[in-house]
Structures are given as C-alpha cells and as structure tokens.
Design a protein around this ligand. Structure first.
Ligand code: DLL
Length: 431
C-alpha cells in the first residue's frame, strides 16, 4: 500500500475524518459559491443541519448541466489566482465543462494516483508507459504525476503511433501499461501483426480505465499481453483517474473514501439505495479546493460492497461500472448496456472483442444490429462455420439481453480501432 494510514484506516476513524472534512467543505461552498447557497436555500438546508454522514441525503444533487450552466468558472470555490491547472471533460456533445485544480488539489490527485499505481503492482522500480492522451483529457497527466510521485520512470508517450509504442515498450523495458482497455487490445493486436511476442516485453501489469470493460475483456487482455490487468475509475469533474482502483484481489475498486463520499441512488427517483443494490454512483468530494462537488451524479451504474477485502484496505469497493445511465440503451423497452454484448461475444469465442451496436427505428419498432468482427482463423474457415457462429450469437444475445438482434459478422479489422475511448454505439434514433 502506498498510504496504509489512510487506505487501511479503521471504519470508525475513517468516518470521523469524513465527517470533519464534509463539514468543512459544506461551510466553504455555502459561503463561497452562490450556486450552492441558492440550491441549499431552495432545499431548505444549511450546513449546520448536517449532523451525521447519513444527513448527506438531505442535500440537493449536482449534475453535469450545473457545470455547463456555470461555464467556465461559476462553481469554483477559490479565487482564480489559486488555480494552477485546468482540464476539460471529454463530453462530445453540448457545451464543454471545465474543471480546475489548486496546487493542493494536484497534490491530492498525485497521492490518489500513487495509491492506484501501487495497488496495481507498480513501485519505484517500475517503468510506467502512459498511453492515455495528454492534454485536456485527465488520463495522461493524472497517471503521470502519480507515477513520478512513487519514483517510477515515466514514459509520457500519449496515444497514437501504435507500432512506435510497442518498439518503445520493448526498448525501454516498460513494466506497466496505462491506457484505455480498448487501446490495450489494439496494442496487443498490433503486436501480433508485428510478430512481437509478449515475452519479448517486460510488461507485468496494466492500469486500464476511462470506459467500461467486461470481465471477459480482462481475460482477453491479460492473456494476449501476459499481464495482470487492473481497472481504474474516475471522472474529470471529481478529480480525473484515481477516484477508485482495483487491488490485487480484483474484486471491485476501492473508492478513496478519505477524499470522496460515495452513495448509490435509484437514477429514476433519486432515492438512496442500500449497499448491495445496483444504481447510479453519486460522489461528494471532501478535500477538493478549487471545484468541490456536492452529491455529484456521475450517471455511472455500479454497486457498493462493504465486506472486508483480502488486501487489507478498508475503503468501500464499487463493482466494475457496467455502463452509464445515459448510455444505457432502451430498445423495445429493454435496458441494455454495450458491456453485456461484449461479455456474450467473448464468452462464445471465434469473434474478436471489436463490436458496434447500431440502433435504429423502423416505423414504431426499434431495431438492433450488432456488428461483430470474426477472428482471422474463423474467417478463413468455410461459410458454414460462419453461419453457425451467427446463429449462436443471435441465440446467446437473445438469452442474455432478452431481445432479438440482427447479427452482422464483418471481416477482421474492419471496425475502427480507438486510441482513446471506443465508440460502441451508433444510435440512429438520436441522430
Ligand atoms: O475518463 C478519467 C479517467 C482517465 C479514468 C483514465 C480512468 C483512466 P472523463 O473523460 O471525464 O474522465 O470520463 C469519465 O468515463 O463517468 C465513466 O462513465 C467513464 N469511466 C471512467 N473510468 C471508467 C472505468 C476519465 N474504469 C467517465 N470503467 C465516467 C467504466 C469508466 N467507465
């Protein structure tokens, strides 16, 4: 562990720390951010009404539109002279949102990334190959400062030029690869094309996040790259990568509770759900200076688990994110996440983990077409094999998702590869 004092703190002590930090944050936002003062007044609450962690539920939610409506700096709680860095959220639609950090916020972020890197097998002896994009996206710089903090050697290569990435990993002896899971897969595939075997590299682990990926995808990546693959979660609004991360138990991501208070709500009603129930993750930051967020609705769907973890960390775990409530497709009334399709495809075999869901509407009926890339071996097989595969996928998708879909097998390497977050869904109903 990077910081056992906090990462393994006993529950009672941790909750005391959380409550003190929460109180301070509430006082600050109430007095420094007019938006929060107005919201609290509308909800009829004042910071003084919050007498225990449970009272958090009395406070109103904050949503992405609040950041947009107050673009660029309306929700900042410090003077701009205190702000030393800005990033922007990766949203591809609508007004952008901007997030800011004070010097102490950057220190906090580095600390959380240091914890995440150590949790996924890194140390001062590691060579950390950072293929997350550098720039306004938080992936590259977020991992970068954490890796420097633990004293590892940082290779700040950013995304793109995949063959060069592979040559560099080989030459420099990179031990940890940090990128999106879809890019990790693309790297593995390019290695195969180049005839580079995983044993020629020194890679031992991978820190993958920024998009949902299934357990089956983990197996594929681990096998192809011969590494341990760990999931890391975060969002720009809260801090960037390093809100939570897996430990060697690979059974959920520990949320750094000395900095964030998580809740799970029913996305439809906003009601807080008990631990163990699936719902939308809501996070309150309790140490952020420049942009504290109160009960921020992440839209990410997960479950909280409080059972003791074998790694010794005491912080609550969230399960792998299954999708976003706003990415959840409702097709003929059935809720579907792209990651469910991924899981089915990888279970079956004969296909590659490259797929795309195309949703359309014919008359009043929603249609779902799933483009699936077949493996090279399968493709060179005779047509009967492909027909059988198509039928099998159709059957399994129907069994798992509860709706029928048209399956279109496509040739190897025809679905666009991504260097960042993959685009899994084309919803023509919304175009
Ligand atoms: O994606 C920060 C990040 C960078 C996380 C690198 C991990 C690694 P945004 O661009 O603001 O920030 O996107 C945040 O991405 O609300 C989730 O929907 C999704 N996401 C992030 N990590 C995971 C993950 C970064 N491990 C949005 N699993 C979040 C599933 C994830 N979804």
């Amino acid at each position: 562990m990077w910081n056992p004092t906090y990462e393994a703190m006993d529950r009672e002590k941790l909750e005391t720390v959380q409550f003190l930090r929460l109180k301070q944050t509430l006082e600050r936002v109430y007095h420094l951010v007019p938006f929060y003062r107005n919201r609290f007044k509308e909800a009829g609450v004042e910071p003084g009404d919050i007498r225990s962690l449970k009272d958090l539920a009395l406070l109103p939610f904050t949503v992405k539109d609040d950041l947009r409506d107050n673009f660029p700096f309306g929700l900042f709680a410090t003077d701009l002279s205190e702000v030393v860095r800005l990033h922007s959220s990766s949203g591809t639609t609508g007004t952008p949102t901007v997030v800011g950090y004070t010097r102490r916020d950057l220190e906090t972020w580095s600390e959380l990334m240091a914890r995440s890197l150590v949790s996924s097998g890194a140390s001062s002896n590691s060579v950390v190959h950072i293929a997350y994009g550098y720039g306004l996206f938080t992936g590259g710089l977020g991992v970068h400062y954490g890796a420097e903090k633990i004293g590892a050697i940082v290779v700040p290569i950013s995304g793109g030029q995949t063959k060069r990435q592979i040559r560099m990993m080989k030459d420099l002896g990179s031990t940890l690869l940090a990128c999106t899971p879809s890019y990790a897969l693309h790297i593995a595939e390019t290695m195969e094309e180049m005839g580079v075997r995983p044993s020629e590299l020194k890679l031992r682990s991978g820190l993958f996040g920024a998009e949902p990926w299934s357990e089956n995808m983990r197996k594929v990546i681990e096998e192809k790259l011969n590494i341990d693959a760990y999931d890391i979660y975060g969002l720009s609004e809260i801090i960037g990568p390093g809100v939570s991360c897996e430990c060697p138990a690979k059974d959920g991501l520990h949320i750094y509770e000395d900095h964030f208070i998580p809740e799970i709500i029913d996305p439809a009603t906003g009601r807080v759900l008990p631990d163990g129930q699936v719902g939308e993750l809501v996070i309150t930051t309790i140490t952020k200076e420049a942009l504290p967020l109160i009960r921020y609705r992440t839209r990410d769907i997960t479950v909280l688990k409080r059972e003791k973890c074998s790694c010794g960390r005491t912080h609550v775990r969230m399960e792998k994110v299954s999708g976003r409530s706003d990415d959840m497709l409702i097709i003929r009334g059935v809720n579907i996440f792209p990651s469910q399709v991924e899981s089915v495809l990888l279970e079956i075999g004969g296909t590659e983990p490259y797929y795309q869901l195309v949703v359309d509407r014919k008359g009043s009926l929603d249609t779902l077409e799933i483009l699936v890339e077949v493996s090279d071996a399968m493709f060179s097989d005779h047509v009967r094999g492909l027909e059988g595969l198509e039928q099998l996928i159709r059957k399994e998708i129907e069994n798992t998702l509860g709706i029928s879909a048209q399956i279109k097998l496509v040739e190897p390497k025809t679905i666009a590869r991504s260097e960042g977050k993959a685009q899994r869904v084309i919803d023509k109903r919304k175009l």
